[in-house]
Design a protein around this ligand. Structure first.
Ligand code: ADP
Ligand code: ASP
Ligand code: MG
Length: 417
């Protein structure tokens, strides 16, 4: 019998009525003959509430390390509740089930608290439960370190739990969420967005990492590396409605996609902050110094531009970091001001990154120009540009995010797919 992992996100388990509907969807797969493991998120809004509590406990005093390990203990608790509730609901319907917390399986992860990576999932215990005909209801988002501490996988991490469990069990992974698939852009911003029946792992990876939060980036990375077949489906249906062939979005190899597109999607992220360093000395080693210090502090830097003044051998450097890291990044450069040698640092949080993604860009010229022209036509100024083989990203004023997304969606004809 084939093994199937079904993952349900926060809105899908937001209340008891929705949990009952999830239980009906799970039961349908059991009745169809699958061995089912379910991965659940916390109820919608719960993780935000837990994170806010940890913030509310106050900043670490001078010289005291932030308690990232205890942050994990708090924020992982939301998933324990939904795992227990779904297992209970399934039993009440006559389906054999039990809940599994990360440490019980175990889902072994590293100790990068708050953004841990899964190292290993020994499959024996889950396989035994599944083979005995029991549904395994797994708390997503959480793992356990080799030292026995609780850890979490970063926001949206239940997707990664689900793909990792599917890889460990050798099964497929269905991600149920509040939209019925992956769209050409966020359907909440552009109502003309179209559902993609298939999207390649590579494009999905770019879309996710550029802000389309429908799948966590690491889940796509993992699916691609372990060749896990992934589908994205709506949980807002009853069993039998909108399932089977043609429903949702299949994330697969590029070769399996017949209709080739130049651009497949537009993504945006408001989670950026732009940091500008003015008056840097223009000599070798400056970038290595700045970005080395930031890397040592685990701050990820994304877009980077350096501009040179014509005189005085000074330069300005602009780069982006995640909003949550902005204060830390500023502190780090300030603390090393003399060594780096800049005159002023500014942080701008009113920025957004808008990106177009498509594997067809590899073989087509003019894709960037369409983007720049569409933005110019709307009077949107581009602050930073970065490109790769299959995407182009621009940093703009956050106030124009939705306008830019819609303009680009139309410019590439995505509403007519
Ligand atoms: P879950 O709680 O199920 O994990 P998320 O909120 O993390 O759900 O992800 C689903 C949301 O992702 C959708 O409600 C949608 O607004 C957003 N989204 C952003 N970009 C896209 C896209 N290209 N296609 C589909 N959904 C998208
Ligand atoms: N509950 C966690 C979050 O909100 C994990 C997830 O939903 O995937 O980030
Ligand atoms: Mg999610």
């Amino acid at each position: 019998m084939s093994r199937l992992v079904m993952k349900f996100g926060g809105t899908s388990v937001a209340d008891l009525e929705r949990i009952r509907r999830v239980a009906r969807l799970v039961n349908a797969e059991v009745e169809a003959g699958h061995r089912v493991a379910v991965v659940v998120s916390a109820m919608a809004g719960k993780t935000n509430e837990l994170v806010a509590w940890t913030d509310g406990s106050g900043p670490a005093a001078q010289g005291v390390e932030p308690s990232d390990d205890e942050y994990d203990v708090v924020v992982a608790s939301g998933e324990q509740v939904t795992a227990g509730l779904l297992a209970m609901t399934l039993r009440n319907m006559g389906v054999r089930a039990r809940s599994w917390l990360g440490w019980q399986i175990p889902i072994i992860a590293d100790d990068a608290h708050g953004k841990a990576r899964i190292d290993d999932i020994p499959p024996e215990k889950l396989t035994a439960a599944l083979d005995a005909g029991e549904v395994a209801v797994i708390a997503g988002f959480q793992g356990v370190t080799r030292g026995g501490r609780l850890t979490t996988l970063g926001r949206g991490g239940s997707d990664t739990s689900a793909v990792a469990v599917a890889a460990a069990l050798g099964g497929a992974c269905d991600i149920y969420t509040d939209v019925d698939g992956v769209y050409t852009t966020d359907p909440r911003i552009e109502e003309r967005a179209r559902r993609l029946s298939r999207v390649s792992y590579e494009e999905m990876l770019e879309m996710a990492s550029l802000g389309a939060k429908v799948l966590q980036t690491r889940s796509v990375e993992l699916a691609m590396a372990k060749r896990v077949p992934v589908r994205v489906l709506s949980s807002f249906v009853e069993p039998g409605e909108a399932s089977g062939q043609g429903a949702g979005t299949i994330v697969c190899d590029e070769e399996e996609i017949v209709e080739k597109r130049i651009v497949s999607g537009v993504a945006y992220s408001r989670d950026e902050a732009k940091i500008t360093l003015y008056g840097l000395p223009d000599h070798p080693g400056v970038s290595a110094l700045i970005f080395g210090k930031l890397a040592d502090a685990n701050v990820n830097v994304d877009m980077i531009v350096q501009s040179h003044a014509r005189e005085n051998n000074v330069a300005n450097m602009e780069f982006t970091v995640g909003k949550r890291d902005a204060a830390r990044a500023r502190e780090i450069v300030q603390a090393n001001k003399d060594e780096i040698g800049f005159t002023e640092v500014r942080v701008d949080e009113n920025v957004a990154k808008v990106s177009v993604i498509g594997v067809g860009m590899r073989s087509h010229a003019g894709v960037a120009n369409t983007m720049f022209k569409a933005l110019a036509d709307k009077g949107i100024n581009i602050q930073v540009i970065s490109t790769s083989e299959i995407k182009i990203s621009v940093l703009i004023d956050a106030a124009y995010t939705e306008l830019a997304v819609r303009a680009l969606h139309a410019a590439y004809g995505l509403d007519k797919l």
